[in-house]
Every structure is written in structure tokens, then in C-alpha cells.
Write a protein that binds this ligand. Structure first.
Ligand code: NAD
Length: 495
């Protein structure tokens, strides 16, 4: 059986641990390989390597760092098909979607190539007579990144290119469910000329996470995952004196006004609800229909869903399996809860015909109407191909519902009324808003992150926030005596 090792100091390392976890091929339902689960000593070793690499990397000129990142971008772009295949085999998402994920990650690498512009400080001359003040931005040191299973390439790519560009060294702890993409990316960065020890990958579970959170030489933690773990990461990392950004779960609503183009809405709801089997933090999971549109809209959505093909992501299907059998069973459990709670299952994804192996972790697209807002189907993040419909009487009722959610990651409004869209953009308590766009993931030069329990910390991922998070500002006050000093004065300079 293949085993996924750590990547430390520019090469594959087995480490100390005797513990491993199975990595599945979700479309086959079989164990494809094992992944090592690091001990605290393994994490300490990786952090020590990253710490040793930091001074030279931080001193490397901006031009040299920029050229290595540029080479990494070129290599990644030319070999993205290879990475997509690695990703589909472990995650299950269809190949075209894996390529889409890599494209969004590549955008961040491209943004990172321009980092010298973003790192520039400010300068004020003669703030007091003969005194100038300027600021610089400096790297933090060793930074930790902890990523989820659902975007095994894109989420690490949200962080490490910017962290490394800014002069930090990195220890990445990817999801143990689909670990191979991270090693693939690290090996590619080495090929691009990145010095050994600048980018390290340690595989593991809570043991490795806790070791990073508590390590005195780890300056910051960037986390993406479910809300309970994000809260734990934020609290524990902060307690250990680290800078923390912890992106959590989501429940994204799409508000449909009666004047919307219902064919556009139906296409968007199907794409955003069932793409990547609903395992996206920006998936639409609740459709809020302002009456009287619900019946017509549901009919249009159900008809599109009947055309979706589910199967092995390596074949030409629309939707792949879920990540594990346990997760599939948990998502199926929500369909049972919906029925118990009096909702109507319009399209039931259980028992769907698939173009794939019998033991794959399948669940077909599922549409549930009239979901009560006190049902766990509405309140919980399901993270699967289940789209709920909630019917409301007015725009105001719809906005109030969205704003009452404990999550605030993404949302969308569909309407042809510009005034209503503008009002929604201003009133809605959510961090990323789409107007006739179902999955409003900001491009790399904006920043990604939600509000409320979808993000703990005040700094979003990538864009200007990314540069800000991975650097700290230094302000310098400078005076050169010309021609002489002004004598003793115990007060602050006034002029
Ligand atoms: P998860 O929270 O189970 O795991 C995320 C990471 O935390 C993994 O590396 C995992 O090994 C580690 N982890 C798991 N349990 C832990 C524990 N008890 N202590 C310490 N570390 C632990 O999330 P997941 O299932 O891998 O990913 C799906 C979740 O991620 C969803 O909730 C989704 O909404 C969220 N997500 C959010 C965003 C965003 O930008 N807000 C993006 C992608 C995914």
C-alpha cells in the first residue's frame, strides 16, 4: 500500500509516527493509500527546518523571490491537468471542476507575483523639523496553514504563495482525507527553485494541529474548515500569542425576487447547489423564494436536476461522489430529518443510478421544498448535494431570514430590479454578495472571507488582507543632524 509522507526540507520524510489514516478513492469506495499522522515531534522537526530556512529566505531580494514565484506559476499552469487528476482521485470532484479549482488557485499565485507592489511602505518627509517617518512591512517568520478536504489545492494556494512571497516560511497541515495535492504542490515549488525548508507539509490530525497551535516558533495560523474547529483554532492560537485567521462553515442563501429571470435562477441554483456535490463553502444550500415564484421555480430546477449525471469524476459526469462513506451517510440522514420535520422531498438523491463503482460514496442531487426554518436541515451546514427551498412572502422577510443566520459567508440575490439589488447589498449581513451571480468568490486581488461564524479574526484570505496578515508593519522615525541638534527638550517635538 502506498503511503503519503510529509514533505520537509525539500524532500519526502517518513517521520516518527506509527499512526496512519486511510485515504479513499471515493468513486471506488476503496482505500487507495495511507497517510502518515504526524507526532508532536514530527511537527517540531518541520517547524525547526522552517525556522532555519527563514533568515536567508527573508533576506532574499524581492526580485529573486518574485522570479521563483513566477516560475512556480508557469510550472503549475503547464501541469495543472496532472494535479487535477491527483485531486479527482482523492476528493472525487469531476475533472473539469478540479481544473476550475486549480484555476482559482493559480489566480492567487499570479497575484503573489506582484507582491513587491503590495509590500511597499509609506514615507512622510519633515513630520517635525528635519525628521522623516517611513514604514516597512516585514515577514512574520514561520507561519502555519491548516486546510480542509473540500479544496485540497485551492485553499492551500489561497495562503502559501502570498506567505512565501512576503518572506515567510511555511508549515502546511492539509486535510488527511485528500493529502496528495499538497505534496505535489510542494515538490513543484522546489522544482521552481524554492530553497529547501521554505515550504513544508506535515500530514496529520488533531495531534499535528495542536502541535502547530502551541508551538512558540509558529507566528501565525491560517485555518479553513468547519465552524466548531475554526472557533477552537482561533481561541487556542490566540491564547498562544499567535495571529490567527480562521475561516469557518457556511449556509448560503439565494434570494429570488418575483421579477427575476427564472431560467437564469434555475441554472444558477443547480450549478451552485450541486457543483462539487455541494461540498463547497460557497455552495448555495438554501433557496429563498419570494412568492409567488416558488412552484414555477421548483419545476424548472427539478427538470434540470433530472438531466444531471452522477458518477466517477474521471468519466464525463456532472457530479462525483461525497468524500467518505460516513459523510455520505450523514448527509442522507438530513433527508430523513426533512421528512420527519414535515418538509417535502421533491427530488430524492438516494438510490440514484450512477456511472461508477457500486461501493462509491454516492448521493444524487436532492431538492427539498417547504423546509421549516427550525429544522436542522435549515439550521445546520449539510455540506452535500441537498438544496432546500424556503418560501417567504416578501423581500423584507427574506432578508430578515438571511440576517438571522449564524453564518455569513456568501449570499446572492436574483432580480432585475437594480434598486432592490442595491438595497440588498447594503442591508445583508454577509461577507460576500452576488447580484445575479450565485457563487460570488472574489477574484485574487480582492479578499475572501465571510462574517459572523464564517470567519474568526479580522483578516480575510488573499488580496490586500493576505499581504497584511503575513506581514507586520514597522514604522521608522529618522533624523540626520544638519547642522546640529536642538538642545534638551523633554516634551514631544511640536514643530
Ligand atoms: P474540518 O473542520 O473537519 O477540518 C479542517 C481541518 O481541521 C483539517 O485539516 C482537519 O484535519 C483539522 N481538524 C479536524 N478536526 C479537528 C480537531 N478536532 N482539532 C483540530 N483540528 C481538526 O473541515 P472539513 O470537513 O475538512 O472541511 C469542510 C468544512 O470547511 C465545511 O464546514 C466548509 O464550510 C468549511 N470550509 C470553509 C471555507 C471558507 O472559506 N469559509 C472554505 C472551505 C471549506
Amino acid at each position: 500500500m502506498d503511503i503519503v509522507n510529509h514533505w520537509i526540507g525539500g524532500s519526502s520524510v517518513a517521520g516518527d509516527s506509527t499512526r496512519t489514516a486511510p485515504v479513499f478513492d471515493p468513486a471506488l469506495g476503496t482505500v487507495a493509500r495511507e497517510v502518515r499522522l504526524a507526532t508532536t515531534a514530527d511537527v517540531d522537526g518541520a517547524v525547526a527546518v522552517a525556522k532555519a530556512a527563514f533568515p536567508a529566505w527573508a533576506e532574499t531580494s524581492l526580485a529573486k523571490r518574485q522570479s521563483i514565484i513566477f516560475t512556480f506559476r508557469e510550472l503549475l499552469n503547464s501541469r495543472k491537468q496532472e494535479l487535477a487528476e491527483v485531486l479527482t482521485a482523492e476528493h472525487g470532484k469531476v475533472l473539469s471542476d478540479a481544473l476550475g479549482e486549480i484555476a482559482r488557485g493559480l489566480e492567487v499565485v499570479e497575484f503573489a507575483t506582484g507582491f513587491p507592489h503590495m509590500m511597499k511602505g509609506e514615507y512622510s518627509e519633515n513630520v517635525s523639523t528635519g525628521v522623516d517617518v517611513y514604514s516597512t512591512r516585514e515577514p512574520l517568520g514561520v507561519v502555519g496553514i491548516i486546510s480542509p478536504f473540500n479544496f485540497p489545492a485551492m485553499v492551500p494556494l489561497w495562503f502559501f504563495p502570498i506567505a512565501i512571497a512576503a518572506g515567510n516560511t511555511v508549515v502546511l497541515k492539509p486535510s488527511e482525507k485528500d493529502p496528495s495535492s499538497s505534496n505535489w504542490l510542494a515538490a513543484l515549488f522546489t522544482e521552481a527553485g524554492l530553497p529547501d525548508g521554505v515550504f513544508n507539509v506535515v500530514h496529520g490530525d488533531k495531534v499535528a494541529v495542536d502541535a502547530l497551535l502551541e508551538h512558540p516558533d509558529v507566528a501565525s495560523i491560517s485555518f479553513v474548515g468547519s465552524t466548531p474547529i475554526a472557533r477552537y483554532i482561533y481561541e487556542t492560537g490566540s491564547k498562544h500569542g499567535k495571529r490567527v485567521q480562521a475561516l469557518g462553515g457556511a449556509k448560503n442563501h439565494m434570494l429570488v425576487l418575483p421579477d427575476a429571470d427564472l431560467d437564469l435562477v434555475a441554472d444558477s441554483a443547480v450549478n451552485a447547489g450541486f457543483g462539487s456535490a455541494g461540498e463547497r463553502c460557497m455552495a448555495i444550500s438554501v433557496l429563498v423564494a419570494v412568492e409567488p415564484v416558488a412552484d414555477e421555480l421548483i419545476a424548472k430546477i427539478a427538470s434540470r436536476m433530472s438531466q444531471l449525471t452522477v458518477g466517477d469524476g474521471r468519466r464525463n459526469c456532472d457530479m462525483g461522489p461525497l468524500i467518505t462513506k460516513e459523510h455520505r451517510d450523514k448527509v442522507v440522514g438530513y433527508i430523513d430529518i426533512a421528512i420527519e420535520d414535515g418538509a417535502t422531498v421533491v427530488v430524492d438523491g438516494r438510490g440514484i443510478n450512477v456511472d461508477g463503482a457500486a461501493d462509491g460514496f454516492w448521493l444524487g442531487p436532492t431538492l427539498i421544498d417547504a423546509v421549516p426554518t427550525d429544522s436542522r436541515v435549515y439550521t445546520d451546514e449539510i455540506f452535500g448535494p441537498v438544496l432546500s427551498v424556503v418560501r417567504v412572502a416578501s423581500y423584507d422577510e427574506g432578508v430578515a431570514l438571511i440576517n438571522a443566520s449564524r453564518y455569513g459567508n456568501g449570499t446572492a440575490i436574483f432580480t432585475n430590479d437594480g434598486g432592490a439589488a442595491r438595497r440588498f447589498q447594503r442591508q445583508v449581513q454577509v461577507g460576500m454578495v452576488g447580484i445575479n451571480v450565485p457563487i460570488p468568490v472574489p477574484v485574487a486581488y480582492f479578499s475572501f472571507g465571510g462574517w459572523k461564524q464564517s470567519l474568526f479574526g479580522d483578516t480575510k484570505a488573499y488580496g490586500a488582507d493576505g499581504i497584511h496578515f503575513f506581514t507586520r508593519q514597522k514604522a521608522v522615525t529618522m533624523r540626520w543632524l544638519d547642522p546640529s541638534h536642538g538642545g534638551i527638550n523633554l516634551g514631544f517635538p511640536q514643530n
